[in-house]
Design a binder for this molecule. Sequence first.
Ligand code: FDA
Length: 583
Amino acid sequence: MPVETDVLVVGTGPAGASAALFLASYGTRVVVVTKYSKLSQDPRAHITNQRALETLRDMGVEDTLMALATPWELMGTTTFCTSLAGEELGRIPSWGTDPARHADYQLASPCTMLDAPQTITEPVMVKAAQDRGATVRFDTEYLRHVQDDEGVTTTVRDRLSGLEYEIRSRYLVGADGARSKVAADLELPYEGPGAVGGALGIVFRADLTHLVAHRPSVLYWMLQPGAEKEGVGLGVLRMIKPWTEWMIMWGYAVADGPPELSDEFVRELAVGLVGSDDFEMEVLSGSPWTVNHHFATTIAKGRVLCAGDAVHRHPPTNGLGSNTSIQDSYNLAWKLAHVIAGTADPALLESYDAERAPIARQVVERANQSIADTGRIMAALELTDTTDTEALERQLALRRAPGPEGDKVRAAVREAIAYKAYEFDAHGVEHNQRYASGAVVPDGTPMPPYERDHQLYARPTTWPGAKLPHAWVTRDGGREVSTLDLVGHGRFAVVTGVGGEAWLEAAAALGAERGLEITPVAIGPGLPVDDPYGTWADLREIADGGVLLVRPDCYVAARHLEAPGPDARAWLAGALDAVLGRA
Ligand code: FDA
């Protein structure tokens, strides 16, 4: 007898762990398999952006993560230097810690930015998923699958006993990372040059407080001989725990293969990056990884849907990998839950590909562009090759020298570092993901234009296909909550104001009729939620009595700009049916 479940998820990385958490929280039966006996021991992804944290806030695990993670205020002084103890070329305040950007971040989300390596996020997500009913099987390797009209039969191998067995599920989620066998078996089409470089990731313990605590950051970038070769653009020391645990990122030529990580090699690399040998170190792990430029242009076929690095493979620049993986799963999980519960037509699942495949392309291109942008620092110093140490020294000296040539280099370096805002403050990249699919009902209005750079600045809007804007509103005697807290939790919501009672009545009736829970949200004077600052009124882009139909992933599915007429119920029914694939 095969094991039976509704959804089988392959992988317990950020994509798989979050898929399990979302599905289990929505009450969907889910089994998760991973081929290893443990969760990730490698602190790879760490920058956790507000948008990913919002999804985990929706699941009630934000506080747990915040208690374990490095807080926002320690994330931000990205420093460019020759070594930690060496010459500083400049700094760029990052991840919204610049006072000039902090308000943008605070206005966009109820969440902070966080530094939470995968060694923190995966256990939190997996434990919460298990607590909510997910079954997790370690040492269980996905081998192959066959899909038919009713479901998917997946063959897995128990790596302890060697026994192979089948798991029968209605849907299969391939969250098995950059070497995804699920995606390969599905023959998903990919674009992009593929592997474009190699990098070493070496984790070590060393107390470097005296060199960094005065300029707290998660990333210190080193311009050193050979540092710009392949890799992420320069040599990097990344903070894992302030200021005693670190990761070295250093490029190597893929064509030559990774160097042997002998004790001497690693020590020499660390001493070079620190710029002193006056420290004790304990190496914890070391492994090579590939700098990729590769994305799937179709991310699902039939009953098999892929998420995370399985469909977008790119370098860690911009910190988009795990964040995007979690958001893939957030987009997918409510759709699976509704289809499985019978409240949506399977056609709804087509919107997963339509909405997330363009995001896969976008993040892969952004992350690779950020490596290219680091080259501007080299260009500013008029360097083509750091291995010419004489030229490197000469140009660094020129930057310190009086006179017009020095002025030119100084200005160029400042400008090149400031340009890295597209990597370290790309708030728009994180927040402006818009969806166009069958699960969004256009209202005939054009997408509101970006008044500021769309990569750097979040542009809140209630335009169908955009995430519901965050605003602090009040309920329960003046207690502040985010508008995002009023929606989500796996349910649709209707958001209206004074004069919108007919929307709430229509939602209640339609919900009962279709077996759907639709959360009523009424914001305004005399209503359950008030808007004392008027922020929501400024952001909502609808009249007091207009309505937003909000999906369980907090995206606006449809909106009616004006107060309801006699057709409120018909309009809402039409919008719901369209989104749920029943039109
Ligand atoms: P991931 O690779 O994490 O997980 C794959 C899972 O599938 C594992 O559980 C594995 O066991 C399982 N699996 C694989 N094959 C299987 C099989 N055949 N059968 C069963 N199980 C199988 N991202 C970010 O957002 N912010 C950041 O700051 C960084 N920083 C960063 C630094 C460094 C050095 C690296 C290398 C990467 C990052 N990233 C990042 C990227 C991030 O690590 C990456 O995008 C996510 O781990 C992807 O998550 P997935 O769940 O898709 O795959």
